[in-house]
Design a protein around this ligand. Structure first.
Ligand SMILES: Nc1nc2c(c(=O)[nH]1)N[C@H]1C(S)=C(S)[C@@H](COP(=O)(O)O)O[C@H]1N2
Ligand SMILES: [Mo]
Length: 216
């Protein structure tokens, strides 16, 4: 498939617009607030897949990650990327469509270790993550500096599957899952905020699940 699923995108955009007209959030209380954000339900078996109708197939020998914008340009090959310090993490993950998963075992390069390998302009404030399917999403560098933010290539002890964004995706677990770009191919540093794919279609610009920042 090389066309995006326009009906699905339109439907999600409509949800964003109706929900935001009614005010923020679902208003539901999920209980166990210590772990499950409000309005979320725990998915116990499996991990739902969400995309635009395209699942790019990028073999690792052709995969590259390009750093651009307010940073020194740099392109990482698969081997360059695996040569960066590797860390294993266990985190939860929350999608705005209200599913959450607990205890995702992931592995990859912590954002702080990635930053140590590149040169970012002191003026940079945000990053735009660009993906092979044309998707993009913006995250502030302040959010990227939170613990457990990483660029990952393994999940559950296996290479990250194609449907979940393999070979490499970003992982920003303290924000709703649309902020974690699957099939990432580029990181563009910005001196001012810009909105990504869902952010221009009514999703919240920040996306904190604990504040139910679902739609704007
Ligand atoms: N490249 C890309 N990344 C993406 C998306 C996408 O369509 N394309 N969808 C986002 C959304 S809306 C969600 S909820 C999560 C879903 O990740 P999963 O399919 O691994 O659960 O990926 C996010 N990252
Ligand atoms: Mo999503």
């Amino acid at each position: 498939m090389d066309e995006t699923n326009d009906k699905l995108i339109q439907a999600k955009q409509n949800i964003a617009q109706t929900r935001s007209a009614k005010g923020v959030g679902t208003g539901r209380d999920a209980g166990s607030r210590d772990r499950l954000p409000p309005g979320q339900r725990l998915v116990k078996d499996g991990w739902p897949v969400l995309d635009l109708g395209i699942q790019p197939d990028i073999p690792t020998n052709l995969w590259q990650l390009r750093v651009s914008g307010a940073a020194q340009e740099r392109t990482f090959s698969w081997d360059d990327f695996l040569g960066l310090p590797q860390t294993k993490l266990v985190t939860d993950f929350h999608c705005v469509t209200s599913w959450s998963i607990f205890d995702a075992h992931i592995e990859g390069v912590l954002w702080k270790d990635f930053l140590a390998a590149i040169e970012v302009s002191p003026q940079a404030t945000h990053a735009m993550f660009h993906s092979f399917d044309g998707y993009k999403t913006n995250v502030s560098l302040e959010e990227m500096a939170q613990p457990n933010v990483a660029i990952i290539h393994r999940f559950g002890g296996e290479p990250l599957s194609r449907e979940h964004g393999g070979p490499v995706r970003t992982w920003v677990p303290q924000l709703y899952a649309w902020k974690s770009a699957k099939w990432v191919r580029g990181i563009e540093f910005l001196n001012a905020d810009k909105r990504g794919f869902w952010e221009v279609r009514g999703y919240h610009n920040h996306g904190d699940p604990w504040k139910e920042e679902r739609y704007s």
